[in-house]
Design a protein around this ligand. Structure first.
Ligand code: NAI
Length: 247
């Protein structure tokens, strides 16, 4: 399997789960992997917002394996800014990292996925695809686009037995969540009190852990577990989007 954003919070948890299940993993990230990458895997340092680097990722991947059973489009950036202050460059950066990369990865991975005969793509979207807040519009738009792309891919790839689904995490304890708390969408104080405030707003009363998203990604990637699921979106948010915000 190949996962982008492998060095981040959800990425590392996902690499671990697939490795423990015996999969060979190709991890891609523009940041260094912060620990030893699993021995029988391959880590590629690259920026997926750059099409030429994406080509290079798949050249290296083809030298490593002749088929892919799963592609996980997980890398993303989140620029926190009021819409009227957002520059065209920032908008383009968000779309290139979060949305165009998923299209390009799927296109370049297609021959390898097709050869598997039982492959899956999992796109990591966000609850911001369906409900959102201030100062995060470009991220929300990229994640909404990813859901539409998921359905389009599912239809086009079905004949090759490639299933395509999306997960929509809510608040998950990773560097991206911590950085995003500067949006002031939860009341102030230090990081800990902001996290507690955020947690209190979910039905479960807590923030998710990266492993809880990784397990859902694994479920949707594994043909043995989810062979009849395609074109779908799974919200994993401790119930946050289940509650009426007006109550
Ligand atoms: P993270 O910030 O810990 O990890 C993201 C990783 O993607 C980083 O290692 C970063 O270097 C990499 N990355 C970003 N742009 C890249 C590029 N152009 N090329 C190569 N690598 C790139 O964040 P986290 O939380 O692990 O995010 C993983 C996914 O989960 C993202 O798609 C994010 O939008 C999604 N998500 C996270 C939520 C959260 O609360 N943490 C909530 C909803 C969705």
């Amino acid at each position: 399997m190949l996962i982008t954003g492998a060095a981040g919070g959800i990425g590392r948890a996902t690499v671990k789960i697939f490795c423990e299940a015996g999969w060979r993993v190709i991890g891609v990230d523009r940041a260094d992997y912060p620990e030893q990458f699993p021995e029988n895997g391959l880590f590629i340092r690259a920026d997926i917002s750059r099409p030429e680097e994406m080509e290079n990722i798949f050249n290296q991947s083809r030298a490593f394996t002749d088929k892919l059973d799963a592609l996980v489009n997980n890398a993303a950036v989140q620029i926190v800014k009021p819409l009227v202050e957002l520059t065209v460059e920032e908008w383009d950066t968000t779309m290139a990292s979060n949305l165009r990369s998923a299209f390009l990865a799927a296109k370049l991975a297609y021959p390898l996925l097709k050869r598997s005969g039982r492959a899956a793509i999992v796109n990591v979207s966000s609850v911001h695809a369906v409900q959102t807040s201030a100062s995060i519009a470009s991220y929300a738009a990229s994640k909404g686009g990813l859901l539409a792309l998921t359905r389009g891919m599912a239809i086009e790839f079905a004949a090759d037995n490639i299933r395509v689904n999306a997960v929509l995490p809510g608040a998950v304890n990773t560097p991206m969540l911590h950085a995003g708390l500067v949006r002031d969408h939860v009341s102030g104080g230090d990081l800990r009190s902001r996290l507690e405030n955020l947690a209190s707003k979910t039905v479960n009363g807590r923030i998710g852990e990266p492993e809880e998203i990784a397990r859902a990604i694994y479920f949707l990637a594994d043909e043995d577990q989810s062979s009849f699921i395609t074109g779908q979106s799974l919200i994993i948010d401790g119930g946050a989007t289940a509650r009426l915000s007006t109550e």
